[in-house]
Design a binder for this molecule. Structure first.
Ligand SMILES: Nc1ncnc2c1ncn2[C@@H]1O[C@H](COP(=O)(O)OP(=O)(O)OP(=O)(O)O)[C@@H](O)[C@H]1O
Length: 867
């Protein structure tokens, strides 16, 4: 098939504007300004295919980035569909599956992985691989810094002096954090910062919450602008006195992130950008992977993200094709800047702009009603949403606006309408969605719908199911065998895992003690404490390095055996040894530990990237068997137990690998090759709760040749983590892989989560002041209006908006004002219905009574009017 025919097949069914976008020349950046339902994702992926087919773009160098995982899934699905277009040459079909689709954060993570150990430390100030700080942790740290600054009389408002005093004391704290490492460790160990911040009070307009969020926003802004926090320790007292509160909180927050070896969401964008300037491997990784960059949902771009995109284009010279709708920008709280759409030309010079304004999704009435609403916004690219030529301008039903006396009435009537659509109009549950501005009010809605047996799901209308039987069969794990293997393995696991743990984590005293119990049982607690103190004195040296140093200079650390003359204690201390030296037998204990450790380390080095957890376990078992004390103290490590542990490890390995494969299968792109498997392993290999991961990785990486580090570092951590979990929780833990499966259920979701989706019937509930628009938001009324616009434009066939005058909250009843946006809807495209409590209730009672009497007749009866 020639290229022209292929292109024709690709563009079949597209509108003229969409075809123009697909075939636009490559010499200038391209911006597609689209309306809801204009098919921008479809156009973007078709352009990708067009460039691959007609412009010889290597598919693996076509990269589409977007801003949420759902959007990634959606784009991959579209690529898959496109690859199955009838008449598509098989080579092109295969090539399309090689196109890469990522969230921008995912791309950032990928680039971070290409950085070397040293670059991580030098450019990012972290040890690979850092953990991502939880949202609650972030807010807790910010709040703590602000409260510390507020203490001692800042509440005087004008009391600048009191404020300055306390701010200064926080500055001292920041400067002293490095010195106070012990306290910090204790706080980290106690997980103090994972305390959850009260974010449930979504309607509460509390000043503190607002201030903390605003500060968090300010920190994000600074990070977006790559503003480094001040280094307090280098400032003069005068300079410190001039610092603003926000500078102090930012410095405090960053200091803590470094202490915790964490990065935040913004770092996943800002750090790759820094690394692009500083690291050749990161640049090369990027250059290999990007010749054309496609950005979907461009209106959600934040300042930092824009800069990363610019850096990518600068370093690769790639073609840019962005698509977005400024009217659907709803992530202002994540620093999204719809203005980047209007000012596109200032960031990407000489662009080509194409408008896609035809809504292929909704009826004429929905399109006109929602278009009338969004026209109240001023900061927007002027565009009129239109319908396809063959669609009637006033087609479909008008938008329904329902008002109720109470929220309970609203929910009861909602349930009735959903049931009616399902039972009398044959609609599937999955064709319906209930959307709300906030998640909290949805709790009551869910309860009301569940009470009436309506199946519910989230916006993705999928549920988590256990791993499929096919995968189980592939794993060939038989429950009974696993059960007994687990028992035997658990019994023999401790000494073996202790040694592996020590290899993985050379700085953790607890791990060393654990390993000592098996390989150097004679070692006293005092000796272990001395090793730890010596390592600390040497600036955080690896524990085993300290042990080696002590073995090299026994005269400084150990008393000589009886009858042998040694150096005086004062002299030993003067040479940097211990002032109180350890008993002579402690030297042999140290040697036993070092010997076992070296044997395992040599094994790991020898096998490098090819070693698996079960091989490592086998090696550790071998070392354990040869350890001198093992002959004296048999500790029940039966041969069966040893074998069982190796089997268990193999199962764990298979499980981790299968989880990776499943993930790759679900993503559908790039499956099969080793690189994809490895990427998948990397993803599942992220033990979320292991506090020592960073150190583990650091030490292990130091132990391995550079090339081997990335190949098994994280997978091994994951497997060890899983093995611990299995040993702790029993065999059931081995069987926990889950996946998402589509269900026939009504989507109940926040508007944010519904973005990019569509349903035949959409119900937007709780449209009252304080919820939509949300009163606590920072005056962003236009963003609130955009949210309602997004919600309405999800509807294909019917859109129902509702509000109630009263809502019961606990013991009290709150009165509500209907949302101001309802008054902005044009009367010509909507019908207002005042639904009274009595009518709804009596109708329900009547139907229920009728159902009890004549269930068969009820099924074919037409709906009775209720208003
Ligand atoms: N040329 C077309 N002809 C007919 N239907 C189309 C056309 N283009 C897109 N559609 C349909 O319109 C609907 C909306 O498309 P799509 O979801 O790609 O739009 P979108 O611009 O991403 O929407 P939104 O921004 O609102 O999420 C889909 O059902 C899609 O199949």
């Amino acid at each position: 098939m020639d290229t022209n025919t292929t292109v024709q097949a690709l563009c079949a069914g597209l509108s003229a504007a969409q075809v123009a976008a697909v075939r636009a020349p490559l010499d200038r950046p391209l911006l597609l300004v689209a309306c809801p339902g204009a098919g921008k994702t479809r156009t973007l992926v078709t352009r990708m295919a067009y460039l691959v087919a007609a412009e010889r773009l290597p598919a693996e160098r076509a990269l589409l980035v977007t801003f949420s995982r759902t959007a990634v899934e959606e784009a991959k699905e579209r690529l898959l569909q496109l690859s199955r277009t009838p008449g598509m040459p098989p080579a092109l079909s295969r090539a399309l599956l090689q196109c890469r689709v990522r969230t921008l954060h995912g791309l950032g993570r990928e680039l971070l992985r290409a950085a070397s150990f040293g670059e991580w430390e030098r450019v990012c100030g972290r040890v690979p691989v850092p953990r991502r700080v939880e949202a609650a942790e972030r807010l807790a740290i910010i709040r703590e810094a602000m409260e510390l600054c507020e203490q001692q009389g800042t509440n005087t408002g004008a009391g600048a002096n009191g404020g300055r005093e306390s701010e200064r004391s926080v500055l001292e704290m920041i400067a002293a954090t490095a010195a106070a490492a012990n306290t910090d460790d204790a706080r980290i160990a106690n997980n103090e910062f994972s305390e959850t911040v009260d974010l449930t009070d979504e309607r509460g307009n509390t000043e503190r919450r607002r201030a903390v969020l605003q500060m968090s926003h300010d920190i994000a802004e600074r990070k977006a602008a790559l503003v480094a926090p001040v280094d307090v320790s280098t400032l003069s007292p005068e300079a410190r006195a001039r610092l603003h509160l926000n500078d102090i909180v930012y410095a405090y927050y960053e200091r803590w992130l470094q202490q915790l070896n964490c990065i935040d969401y913004d770092d996943m964008i800002a750090m790759p950008r820094k690394l692009l300037g500083a690291s050749a491997p990161v640049r090369q990784r990027l250059q290999r992977g990007v010749a054309a960059l496609f950005v979907d949902e461009f209106q959600d771009t934040s300042t930092a993200q824009l800069r990363l995109l610019q850096a990518i284009l600068r370093h690769t010279g790639a073609h840019l094709c962005a698509a977005g709708d400024d009217d659907q920008s709803i992530y202002g709280w994540r620093n999204a800047q719809p203005a980047f759409m209007t000012e596109f030309h200032t960031h990407f010079p000489n662009p080509h702009r194409i408008f896609l304004t035809c809504n292929h999704r909704s009826t004429g009435q929905i399109v006109r009603c929602s278009d009338g609403l969004i026209r109240h916004n001023r900061q927007r690219i002027r565009k009129a949403m239109v319908l396809p030529e063959d669609a009637p301008a006033d087609g479909g039903e008008p938008v329904r606006v329902h008002r109720y006396a109470t929220a309970a009435d609203e929910d009861a009537d909602l349930a009735r309408q959903l049931q009616q659509l399902h039972q009398q109009h044959g609609a599937r549950w999955r064709d319906m969605a209930v959307l709300c501005r906030l998640s909290k009010p949805l709790e009551a809605v869910r309860a009301a719908l569940q009470a009436r047996d309506i199946p519910l799901a989230g916006a993705d209308q999928a549920k988590t199911v256990a791993r499929s039987a096919a995968v189980d069969a592939a794993l060939r794990i038989d429950d009974q065998r696993r059960e007994s293997a687990w028992a035997a393995a658990a019994a023999s696991a401790r000494p073996v895992l202790a040694l592996i743990e020590l290899l993985v984590n050379e700085r953790d005293v607890k791990m060393m003690s654990c390993a000592c119990a098996a390989f150097a049982p004679e070692m006293h607690a005092l000796t272990r404490a001395c090793i730890a103190r010596e390592a600390q004195r040497a600036g955080g040296e690896a524990l085993m390095q300290t042990v080696r140093r002590m073995i090299r200079h026994p005269e400084r650390y150990f008393r000589p055996p009886r009858g042998v003359r040694g150096v005086a204690e004062e002299e030993a201390a003067a040479h940097g040894g211990l002032s109180m030296r350890l008993a002579p037998n402690q030297l042999s204990a140290c040697k036993a530990l070092a010997q076992a450790y070296e044997a395992l380390r040599a094994h790991a080095r020898e096998h490098g990237a090819r070693i698996s957890l079960s091989q490592l376990v086998a090696a550790a078992q071998d070392v354990a068997r040869r350890a001198p004390h093992q002959q004296r103290h048999r500790h029940g490590d039966s041969e069966y137990g040893g074998r069982a542990l190796r089997n268990l490890c193999q199962n764990v390995e298979r499980e981790v690998a299968t989880a990776a494969l499943e993930q790759i299968d679900e993503e559908g792109v790039g499956g099969g090759d080793d690189a994809a498997l490895f990427r998948g392993l990397m993803r599942v290999a992220h033990p979320p709760t292991a506090p020592t991961t960073a150190f583990q990785n650091a030490t292990l990486a130091a132990n391995l040749p550079a090339d081997d580090r990335r190949h098994w570092l994280l997978p091994l951590s994951a497997m060890l983590h899983k093995l611990h979990q299995v040993l702790q929780d029993g065999p059931a833990a081995l069987h926990r892989t889950r996946r998402r499966e589509a269900v026939d259920a009504v989507a109940v979701s926040t508007i944010h989560n519904a973005k990019g989706k569509q349903w035949r019937y959409v119900f937007v509930v709780r449209l009252v002041e304080g919820i939509c628009p949300l009163s606590v938001w920072f005056g962003e009324i236009e963003e609130e209006r955009r949210l309602l616009y997004v919600a309405m434009t999800r509807a294909m066939h019917r859109c129902t908006l509702s509000a109630a005058y009263e809502e019961e909250t606990g013991d009290s009843t709150e009165s509500n004002q209907p949302s101001r946006f309802l008054a902005e809807l044009k009367a010509a495209h909507c019908v207002l219905e005042q639904r009274r409590k009595g009518v709804v209730e009596s109708e329900e009672r009547r139907l229920a009574a009728q159902a009890a009497r004549k269930p068969k007749r009820l099924r074919c009866q037409a709906a009775a009017p209720t208003s």
